[in-house]
Design a protein around this ligand. Structure first.
Ligand code: ADP
Length: 401
């Protein structure tokens, strides 16, 4: 029998998340995470899902990504799923930035690695870690296809009118400044799953996807193709996020530098790590913010209101971009779980054909579901995202036989 397993790796600067899937039935065999790589307090958490096994966890220093991947392989081997298994068909890697080059998942070779490296200036935090993950996996299994699945790929169909900033063209081109968008694997998966929920083909529907996690982005998808998205050159643009400001007048940066005497690095940290919900009220977890609102906390309420105001603006904008909308889909940690966010985001948008049914919205489930009233012109849906399954599916489609 031909190999049917795909290992999905999401390598960050100090962590590796992984899932092993069997693509014969898309089932998950194992999942886990190595955190705080390079520190004394590294931790590995591994769950052998196939056997309904219990999560194993240990703390011990893990020096680098190579040591991390070897530790993962050892854990997998305990359940007979080691990386040396002939059942493994490929390793699928999440790569954050594919620039304008990578519009599709791509089997990694030296030229692909060089191009991912060339894109480091536009993704300084992510692409180096993704590259390390790929190289480490290559060293462990040189015989195996490694596939790069890019966060930006789904957005490469955006027209120039949406992808370009209105800044001097020569300067923009010289520095590759344009709107790339991120979370593409999730937007691709959720927009297709939403079409399926409506009983239609992706080509037949226009969908607005609201990916609301700690990072958050919206996209407008026409007939299965992305035509606009809220993140830009980096994931900082767009919606209010857990710790990122989202849209702000670029002159805020000049002002902080000139008048606030802050360095560029300090401003970068402020806008990426100390803004958004956490900057507004001290918390970035929507559960905590809702709890504080219930206790009458005014700062939490204002943070929530600013978050919702921005979300509504993007829903309105993407209705205008698309012209006709069949559905809007909420996904990721906040979108899938926070009924008050969904209710507030859609409240007052009847003019756009949007409404949420209170009872349906209150249902908790892991399944895709509609939360709009029965007769709604535009459907509102909750569609759980599954980036690992999408990466595995795309990887297997390239290499599976
Ligand atoms: P990311 O992948 O961007 O780190 P997730 O998609 O996992 O994030 O979302 C994490 C966020 O989801 C948390 O910060 C929290 O705000 C929110 N969240 C998770 N569970 C709930 C819940 N039950 N109710 C409200 N918000 C939740």
């Amino acid at each position: 029998m031909s190999p049917s397993r795909v290992l999905v790796l999401n390598s960050g600067s100090s962590s590796v998340k992984y899932q092993l899937l069997d693509m014969r039935d898309s089932s998950r065999l194992a999942a886990g995470l190595v955190e705080r790589i390079g520190e004394e307090t590294s931790r590995l958490r591994h769950t052998p899902l196939a056997r309904g096994g219990e999560t194993r966890e240990w703390n011990a220093p893990v020096a680098d990504h190579e040591a991390a991947l070897k530790a993962v392989s050892q854990e997998l081997a305990k359940d007979g799923l080691g990386l040396d298994s002939p059942e493994l068909a490929a390793i699928g890697h999440r790569v954050v930035h594919g620039g304008q080059t990578f519009t599709e998942p791509t089997v990694v070779d030296e030229a692909v690695l060089a191009e991912i490296e060339r894109l480091i200036p536009v993704a300084p935090l992510h692409n180096p870690a993704n590259l390390t993950g790929i190289r480490t996996a290559q060293a462990l299994r040189p015989d195996l296809p490694q596939v790069a699945v890019f966060d930006t790929a789904f957005h490469t169909t955006m027209p120039e009118s949406a992808a370009r900033y209105a800044i001097d063209v020569r300067t923009a081109d010289e520095h590759r400044i344009r709107r790339y968008g991120f979370h593409g694997t999730s937007h691709a998966y959720v927009s297709r799953a939403t079409a399926k929920l409506l009983g239609k083909a992706p080509e037949e529907v226009n969908v607005i996807v609201l990916h609301l996690g700690n990072g958050a982005s919206a996209s407008a998808v026409r007939g299965g193709k992305c035509v606009d998205t809220s993140m830009g050159l980096t994931p900082l643009e767009g919606l209010v996020m857990g710790t990122r400001s989202g849209d702000a007048d670029p002159a805020v940066i000049f002002h902080l530098a000139r008048v606030g005497k802050m360095s560029i690095d300090e401003i970068d940290t402020l806008l990426n790590k100390k803004s958004g919900l956490v900057g507004l009220c001290g918390d970035n977890d929507m559960r905590e913010i809702r709890r504080r609102i219930d206790e009458g906390d005014a700062r939490a309420q204002l943070a929530f209101d600013i978050y919702i105001h921005r979300l509504k603006k993007y829903i309105g904008a993407y209705c205008a971009v698309l012209g006709t909308v069949d559905a809007i889909a909420f996904t990721a940690g906040v979108g899938e779980n926070a009924a008050p966010v969904r209710e507030a985001a859609v409240a007052g948008l009847e003019i756009l054909g949007l409404a949420v049914d209170g009872e349906r919205n209150a249902v908790r489930s892991d399944e895709p579901r509609l939360i709009s009233p029965e007769d709604a012109r535009v459907k509102v849906a909750v569609v759980p995202t599954d980036e690992e399954l999408e990466i595995a599916t795309q990887t297997y489609a390239l290499v599976g036989r």
